[in-house]
Structure formats: structure tokens, C-alpha cells
Design a protein around this ligand. Structure first.
Ligand code: SAM
Ligand code: SF4
Length: 447
């Protein structure tokens, strides 16, 4: 197995979309984007969900690959709330269906959404939630929080607005690992926010953990997983540390010898996987775990698990609309991303423009491959078209020989041993990546 980790530890996308962002090459203009957005709502049965990117954090965790703005200046909150509100009205003017079709979900991501004072979070959400068509039985709202920067008052207000899910950034409980990644977060702080969430009535508490961080070792990580199990979150996202120092220079502060690599790194995942299974958690997709009562476990059982830019999710909506700097949106036929550079985003929204940075108009072939990637990432098996089968035999032969995937009767299936190599197998469908002779270094390692 150790050899396999060395063999397959190559750069690979995480496939939160297909085509993956670096291969978007048919960018819509803003007008085209709006046309596709309106088209997605034509069908009476269309639904949508909303993502807000709230980029501010008080300090930089050096492992972080998110799009953040590091500042302690809370005076910036109000200006950002105004930008989001302008962006929302720009859409509302041009896409009237936003208040005619059911809104099934809201997610606050970041950055650290709880950087914002309770009043400002309310100013972001209330005008939209009061206008949108919400069916309480189908609506789910979730928020990502840094427990060191979260108050009971914020969580109580969000719960009153309908939030029932909270995702708490933990990463690792070990003080030495925390010191190296510049994230001081005592166990008691995580416990306190977990307890408060439950008292307030949040029904799904998620923890984000990362394996592969500097100086993590089996003993320290075992202890972190033990502490996690003690606090019993309903869900756990156990992410592979994505090392992309060419994009995130702060990751250069780690010494190579401090980082668990390939097989060593995977051993940390396996250790957690075993402990979590023993504690009653079910493995979901590539890097998630959930207790059997949780919606994500149910989605896996019912084959409704979905994957989008936020990773694995329970529900698929026709449209995902992203507001805020760098936010990504999608419809069945088009991807769209907002400006990533804060000053440019700010200037363009102030000028009354939808701040399109780039996107991708999906071809018919893209749409077919996107469905196959989605199925393979969520169900670990997918039917191949007759004209894909010979190519699959050639491209995937090494993985077939190594017992990681099976190809029988036109169905491609990931084996139990192949689970760690899901991203590698998925590259078969990635026509755009495979057609590139020289691959620029844009993706983190597969393992
Ligand atoms: C927006 S943050 C979560 C909320 C809050 N800012 C916090 O840190 O607690 C999203 C999550 O992405 C994950 N993440 C960030 N950078 C990562 C990286 N380089 N590799 C793997 N996961 C990463 C972390 O687990 C983090 O909790
Ligand atoms: S991990 Fe969270 S708190 Fe840390 S820099 Fe990234 S977004 Fe901010």
C-alpha cells in the first residue's frame, strides 16, 4: 500500500466542479450570465440556494487556502454589508424569479462569518429572507464559525432566522500543531461553542478537521480524534491539507520535514477513519463522516448526496447564487465567479455592476461529464458510455491492475482499497485536464 501512495500522489483536482476552475475557458459576459440564470429559473420546479462569502478574519491561520481578508478593523463590516446589499439588488432587478422560486438553503462561508457583529449579520440576511419564498419544511441554513470569534448572541439571532446547522473550525486540538499554524484554540473554547449551539437548538453540528498539518503524528492526531469523539459532532469534515504555496505563500513557513507526506499522511486519515467507525460514524464520500441520524448520512443512503463548491452537501438545487468577493455561482449551463481582488470587487459593485471575474459556459459534453464526475464522487460508481469504455481501459489500466477500480459491464466502480484514490480515478473523466500536455501546477496533491 505504501508504494501505491507514492505512485498516485500526483497533483489532482478535488472536483467540486467540472470543468474545474483552472480549465474554465469559455467565460460568459455578465449579460450572458444573467441570461443563463434566468433560463435556469424558467422551469416551475426550479429551486435555488444562496451562498454568502464573508471574507474577514482577525488573524491568518498559515495553512489556510480560503479567500480571506485579514484585518482587525471591524469598521469594515458595514461597508461590506452595503456591498452585499447592492449586489443583491442588482440581481433582484434583473432576475425576478429569485423571489418566485423556492429558496432551499443559505450558507454563510468565509473567511469567518462570525467576524461580523450580530446586527450586521442581521442586516445581510433579513432583507433577503423576508423577500424570498421559503418553505420552512424544506429550508436549511448553515454557518461556518471560528469558535474563538463567536458569541452566543450571534448564534441565537441566526437560529431565530432559521439557521439549524453550524460548522465549527477545529482543524486540530494539539497545541503544538496550533502554534505552528498560528491558530490558538483551547479545547474549552470549541466545547463551549458546541454546547451553546446545542442549547440553542442547532440540530447539526459539524467539525472541520485537517490531516497532514505540520508536526501531526499518529499519537497527537489520535488524541485530537478522541477529543472530537468526546464532543460528538453530528458530522465531521476530515480534509486533506491542501498545500498550494504558489497561491498561499504563508504555507511556505512550514519545514518539509515537519509535514507528514503521502503514506504517512494517509495513515492519519486511516487512523481517524477507524476510530470514527468504532464510535458509530459513517464515512461519506471522500472526506466526510456523519452519525446515522444526520441528514448527510441519510442523503448517502437515499443517493441524494450532492457535491458543489462547498464540498459534499445534502441537496441539489437548480441554481446556486454566490454573493460577495470571489463567490462562485452555478446553474445547469453556466458557472460564474465574482472578482477575487477586494478593491476591484468593491469598485465594481459601487459602480452598480455585477462584478463578473470569469466563468464557464458548459458545452453539451461538459454537462455530461459533469454528471458522471458528480456520480462518481458521490456514489463511487458510474455507468460509462460505450464510446468511453476502451479509453477507460487504457487510462485506468494501472489502477485496475492495482485493484483500485473495476470496470465491468460498462460500469466503473471504485473498490474499497481504491477509496483514497478517488481523485486520481476521477481524472479519467477530466477531458480538459488530460488534453493538456504541460500541466501548470495548480492543484494540490491527490493524497
Ligand atoms: C472558511 S474556513 C471555516 C471557518 C472559520 N474561518 C474557521 O477557520 O474556523 C473553512 C475550512 O476550510 C478548511 N481549510 C482551509 N484551508 C485548508 C487547506 N489548505 N487544506 C485543507 N482544508 C483547508 C478548514 O478546515 C476550514 O475550517
Ligand atoms: S482557517 Fe478560517 S480563520 Fe483561519 S484564516 Fe482561514 S478562513 Fe480565516
Amino acid at each position: 500500500m505504501k508504494d501505491l501512495f507514492a505512485k498516485y500522489d500526483v497533483p489532482a483536482p478535488r472536483y467540486t466542479s467540472y470543468p474545474t476552475v483552472p480549465f474554465w475557458n469559455d467565460s460568459p459576459t455578465t449579460d450572458q450570465w444573467l441570461e443563463h440564470l434566468n433560463k435556469a429559473f424558467v422551469d416551475d420546479s426550479a429551486t435555488w440556494s444562496l451562498y454568502f462569502h464573508l471574507p474577514f478574519c482577525e488573524s491568518l491561520c498559515t495553512f489556510c487556502a480560503c479567500n480571506t481578508v485579514i484585518t482587525r478593523d471591524h469598521g469594515r463590516e458595514e461597508g461590506y454589508v452595503d456591498l452585499l446589499s447592492t449586489e443583491w439588488s442588482l440581481y433582484l432587478d434583473r432576475v425576478p424569479a429569485l423571489i418566485e422560486r423556492p429558496l432551499l438553503g443559505v450558507h454563510l462561508g468565509g473567511g469567518t462569518p462570525t467576524f461580523f457583529a450580530k446586527e450586521n449579520l442581521e442586516r445581510i440576511l433579513k432583507p433577503i429572507l423576508s423577500k424570498a419564498m421559503i418553505d420552512k419544511n424544506r429550508f436549511e441554513a448553515s454557518v461556518e464559525v471560528h469558535p474563538g470569534h463567536t458569541t452566543r448572541e450571534q448564534l441565537a439571532m441566526l437560529h431565530e432566522l432559521g439557521f439549524t446547522r453550524i460548522s465549527i473550525g477545529v482543524q486540530d486540538f494539539d497545541p503544538e500543531v496550533q502554534r505552528l499554524v498560528n491558530r490558538h484554540q483551547p479545547y474549552e473554547v470549541t466545547k463551549s461553542i458546541t454546547d451553546i449551539s446545542r442549547e440553542l437548538g442547532y440540530t447539526s453540528v459539524n467539525y472541520d478537521l485537517i490531516y497532514g498539518l505540520p508536526r501531526q503524528n499518529p499519537d497527537s492526531f489520535r488524541d485530537s480524534v478522541r477529543k472530537t469523539i468526546e464532543l460528538r459532532p453530528d458530522r465531521i469534515a476530515l480534509y486533506s491539507f491542501a498545500r498550494v504555496p504558489w497561491i498561499k505563500p504563508a504555507q511556505r513557513s512550514y519545514k518539509d520535514e515537519d509535514l507528514p507526506m503521502a503514506g504517512e499522511k494517509r495513515a492519519l486519515y486511516e487512523l481517524a477513519r477507524e476510530m470514527l467507525a468504532e464510535a458509530g460514524y459513517i464515512e461519506i464520500g471522500m472526506d466526510h463522516f456523519a452519525l446515522p441520524h444526520d441528514g448527510m448520512a441519510e442523503a448517502q443512503r437515499k443517493h441524494t448526496l450532492h457535491r458543489n463548491f462547498q464540498g459534499y452537501t445534502e441537496k441539489r438545487t437548480s441554481v446556486l447564487l454566490g454573493l460577495g468577493v470571489s463567490a462562485i455561482s452555478e446553474t445547469p449551463t453556466c458557472f460564474h465567479q465574482n472578482e477575487k481582488a477586494f478593491p476591484v470587487y468593491e469598485r465594481r459593485v459601487r459602480n452598480g455592476e455585477i462584478p463578473t471575474l470569469r466563468g464557464h459556459l458548459l458545452s453539451e459534453e461538459d454537462r455530461q461529464l459533469r454528471e458522471q464526475v458528480l456520480q462518481f464522487m458521490t456514489r463511487f460508481e458510474v455507468r460509462l458510455d460505450p464510446d468511453q469504455r476502451d479509453d477507460a481501459r487504457v487510462f485506468l489500466q494501472p489502477m485496475i491492475d492495482d485493484g483500485l477500480v473495476e470496470l465491468a459491464n460498462g460500469t466503473l466502480r471504485l473498490t474499497e482499497e481504491g477509496t483514497p484514490f478517488l481523485r486520481n480515478a476521477c481524472m479519467f473523466f477530466d477531458k480538459r485536464l488530460r488534453s493538456q500536455e504541460q500541466r501548470p501546477q495548480v492543484f494540490s496533491q491527490a493524497l
